[in-house]
Every structure is written in C-alpha cells, then in structure tokens.
Write a protein that binds this ligand. Sequence first.
Ligand code: HEC
Length: 270
Amino acid sequence: MSVQRKKSRRVVEREAQFKQYRADVQSRGKPFYPWAMFHDAAMSTVVVGVIIGLACVWYFTSGEDPHDVGWLGPRYAEPADPGTTTFVPRPDWYFYFLFYLLRIFKWPDSVILGTVGIPTILMILLFALPFLDVRRERRIVRRPVAVTALLLTAASMGVLTYKGAVAEEATAAGSEAVEQLIEEQNLPEGVRPGLELFLRTCTSCHTYAGEGSSNLGAPDLTTIGDTGRSVEQFMQILREGPGAMPSFANLPEENLRSVGEFLEASKGAG
Ligand code: HEC
C-alpha cells in the first residue's frame, strides 16, 4: 500500500492553473519567434524614433545663442564661470527626491545607512521577490502587498520630490539669516560680505550657529575665531583646503580676505 500524502490545496490550485495555462497555449498561443520579437522590435523602434524626433525638434528650433531657446530649451547654456561665488548648485528635478534624502540623512551618523544600507536592502528584496511571491496571480486587486508597496514608493518619491523642489538652500536663506547671525553672534557690521559668501559657499559642509549642514566631518565654525588665528592664516587655510576640504585658491583675493575677516571675528555669542 502506497502512502499517498494529501496534496495541499495550494498545490492542487497550482496544478489546475498550470493545466489551464497549457490549454490556453494550445488554443490561442503564439510562438515567441516571430510574434513577441516583432512586437518588441516595433515598440523599440517607436521609442527610439520619438527620442530622435525630439532631439531634432530641440536642435533645429534652437540656435547658437543661449537666449534662442527654441521649443524644447536652449542648445547651449551660458558658459560656465569657475570663479562664481553666487551659484547655488541644485540637481535636475528628477533627482530632487535623492537630493532631499541627503538632507534628511546627515553626515556622519546616518549617511551610510541612507546611501548604502537602505538601497542595498531594497535591491536584495527586489532580487528575492520572484522567490518570495510565486503565485501566478496578476490581477491588481488580488495583490494588496505589492500594490501597497508601489503606492507607498510612489507617494514617498512624490513627497520627497516636492520637498526637494521647495527646499530652501541654507545659501539662499537670504538676508534674514545674515541679520540674525550678525546680531546673535556679535559680529561687526564689516564682516557682512564675508558672512554672505560663507553662507553661500561653506555651509554645505560646515555648520555655523545652527546654520548649514555638517558633511565630510567638517568642524563647526561658530567659534573658530577663538583659535587666535589671523585673517592671513585663515586665508591660507582656504587656499590650501586642509584634509577633505576643497581648495578655494581660485577665489579672488578680496573674497578670501572677507571670509578670513569673518572667520577671525567669529567668537561665538558669549
Ligand atoms: C566639501 C566640504 C567643505 C567645504 C565646502 C568647506 N570646508 Fe572647510 N573644512 C572641511 C573639512 C572636512 C575640514 C577639516 C579638515 C581637516 O581634516 O583638518 C575643514 C576645515 C576648515 C577649517 C579649519 C578648522 C580648524 O579648526 O582647523 C576652516 C577655517 C574652514 N574649513 C573654513 C572653510 C570655509 C571658510 C569654507 C568656505 C569658503 C569652507 N571651509 C568650505 C570641509 C569643507
């Protein structure tokens, strides 16, 4: 007598589904070659065609002049100015969500988690998905987990994109922050240009009296003037760019000096 284990309901269901699938293939299936190949080739041609078309429209409706924008934007932007001190770097809109993520995850505590940890976990989950979910079910209403995950992902990317789009740069925070800092930190009126330049250029790494964000392990500079260094010494630090800090040797001398004066005057609120 053979011991026949009762098949679980799930297996029975799967067998029935597979049978149905075989029957469907028999009755109305089409071979991969040439049907699916043709289908994919045609669609790819359409997509590539649209891209080439858009590129042509962009090129032929715009001109050499950066102001000649055409239908889809200018052919050339204004030439880059390596000496600029007012440029506020911002990503293109489709990177706003990443841009905002980097503002949430701050150096050094959670940056590794945010940039390596979470994406790696998500990639592993994606790879594991075909093994985790082996059902043949494809109807949306029968896949609540997948649909919820999709909606949550779309919603959070939407929110992050929006937040990134309206996020105010510490640098663009404007004169309000300048006034406040001058008052609260007992800074002389004369260091205003240096402070403005500092807020635009340096607060991506250094914090100062709660302004800016801390990156690459750059120290807080609220009381850097207490180190007793001279304006010239500060200018020299900026030219050299110690450690992970970039060199600012290409800044005009007067800008270096104004930042140096501001640093020298930075002795904290007390
Ligand atoms: C890309 C990040 C970054 C930017 C931008 C940056 N710094 Fe730094 N800065 C650092 C790091 C990192 C250090 C620590 C270097 C080290 O290892 O000694 C540092 C050190 C310094 C120090 C020395 C602090 C000390 O106590 O010795 C000064 C002063 C300074 N920065 C001023 C500035 C100024 C002014 C600007 C803007 C013109 C600026 N930094 C822009 C990353 C940066």
